[in-house]
Design a protein around this ligand. Structure first.
Ligand code: FAD
Length: 435
């Protein structure tokens, strides 16, 4: 009988299983392949990269680079193996996907503390310590079991609008107000004059869209329509929808604007803003170009681009505690994309954290959260912070708390985020004997 069951031998599940096994505990790792494959998985190996072979930037003073630096410091197996499978990709950590997943499969299947079971899990055993890491395309009855146990807290599709860095918004081109002046001025409003609106509209309907895979396609419904599809319905459709200007007076012109794009804060520190109603299928470069035509967003830094695709994930703020365990079933950790992170490396990071905390629980210790000044600590903190419009989140500097002293220069600011995170993490590791 093993100490813990890990369901899913993808990026998060392998990282978690290895960490627990390395801590001396016995792991049962359940993987549905090769008996059953999701529509995107093709290889029999574990830790399959289903699309791009890039684990994003590995450079200093980038959010992706910082995430990996923290993970190296915490002993991530998959980041180490990714380095051995590295292929040239400028400042990014890109891998030969075959070599990468082959080496992960070898490390996992040869580990004396890991027993692999090839079957599709449809539920977890009550009371048994479990990590569920079945990813965005969870197969079989497991998603239904989660839905049954959690009620409506499971989503099967992402319709995420872009998020921009607050410090990159031109505050001279927007104003804080709520419609008709009711309640708090919760939104930043970006006014557009008629000519600006027409040019924006024309660029939007002709912009290049990402190609959807068959399993990503679905009928659009009004509450969740890509902004470019809404625009196609007529030049004024957006002005009667998310860009409607009624109830606003632009304090600079003292007139009602022709259209208004609203930005809603994503976090209590107001470091990130969501472009309201802008869920989109445009290619990332096109999002930057077209949404950058909105005067307040001319120099906007995109922390997360809009996406629309199939993705099974839990409403993390509602269902998970700060250790990514289900509130209602604290023996169950959720790791990877299913737990509300977005991206390969974020999924590995979440598996790493689950592995560390399961090992601690098995050793009779309290689980840990990392300092909020680290990108991992901030990201997992974001996941369990109340959020009525929760959408999966990637690693970015916007999730970090602001610096004590504001640094105007963007590059220097990022350097300082980097230094602060690694300094705080090193101290934390020393204090908690995590080295
Ligand atoms: C089509 C697609 C493309 C993506 N492209 C990118 C990209 O280019 N870059 C990026 O950063 N992120 C991308 N993502 C997002 C995400 O980072 C990856 O999906 C990542 O692999 C998630 O890691 P994970 O460990 O959560 O899940 P996975 O890596 O998907 O691992 C889940 C594992 O669980 C197994 N499994 C599923 N259900 C069961 C079950 N019931 N019982 C037992 N085993 C089960 C699966 O076979 C799989 O091995 C993409 C997602 C999708 C769906």
């Amino acid at each position: 009988m093993e100490d813990v069951t890990v369901i899913g031998a993808g990026l998060a599940g392998c990282e978690a299983a290895y960490k627990i096994a390395q801590s001396g505990y016995k792991v049962k790792l359940i993987e549905c392949k090769p008996k059953q494959f999701s529509p995107a998985h093709k290889s029999e190996n574990f830790a399959e990269l289903v699309c791009s072979n890039s684990l994003k930037s590995d450079e200093r003073a980038t959010a992706g680079g910082l995430l990996k630096a923290e993970m190296r410091s915490l002993g991530s197996l998959l980041i180490k193996l990714a380095e051995s499978a590295r292929v040239p990709a400028g400042g990014a950590l890109a891998v030969d996907r075959e070599i990468f997943s082959h080496s992960v499969t070898k490390a996992i299947s040869e580990h004396k503390n890991i027993r692999i079971v090839n079957e599709t899990a449809s539920d977890w055993q009550d009371g048994e310590l479990t990590v569920i890491a079945t990813g965005p395309l969870t197969v079989g009855g497991l998603a239904s079991s989660l839905e049954r146990r959690l009620g409506s807290s499971l989503s099967f599709y992402d319709a995420a609008a872009p998020i921009v860095d607050a410090q990159s918004i031109d505050m001279n081109e927007c104003f804080a107000a709520s419609r008709y002046g009711k309640g708090e001025s919760d939104y930043l409003n970006c006014p557009l004059e008629k000519q600006e609106y027409i040019e924006f509209y024309e660029s939007l309907i002709s912009a290049e869209r990402a190609e959807l895979r068959e399993f990503d396609k679905r009928d659009v419904f009004d509450g969740c329509m890509p902004i470019e599809i809404m625009a196609e319905r007529g030049v004024d459709t957006m002005r009667f929808g998310p860009l409607r200007p009624v109830g606003f007076i632009n304090p600079r012109t003292e007139r009602r604007p022709y259209a208004v794009v609203q930005l809603r804060t994503e976090n209590a520190q107001k470091t990130m803003y969501n472009i309201v109603g802008f869920q989109t299928n445009l290619k990332f470069a096109e999002q930057k170009r077209v949404f950058g035509m909105i005067p307040a967003l001319r120099n906007a830094e995109f922390l997360r681009y809009g996406v629309m695709h199939r993705n099974t994930y839990i409403n993390a703020p509602r269902e998970l505690d700060r250790y990514s365990r289900l509130n209602r079933f604290t023996n169950v950790f959720i790791a990877g994309q299913l737990g509300g992170v977005e991206g390969y490396v974020e999924s590995i990071a979440s598996g790493l954290m689950a592995g560390i905390n399961v090992s601690r629980v098995l050793g009779g210790k309290e689980p840990l959260t990392l300092p909020p000044t680290t990108i991992m600590g901030a990201l997992f903190g974001y996941l369990c912070t109340p959020n009525a419009d929760f959408q999966p989140m990637n690693a970015n500097f916007g999730v970090l708390p602001p610096l004590q002293t504001h640094i105007r220069d963007k590059a220097k600011r990022k350097e300082e985020y980097w230094d602060r995170s690694l300094r705080d993490l090193a101290e934390f590791q020393k204090e908690n004997n995590l080295i």
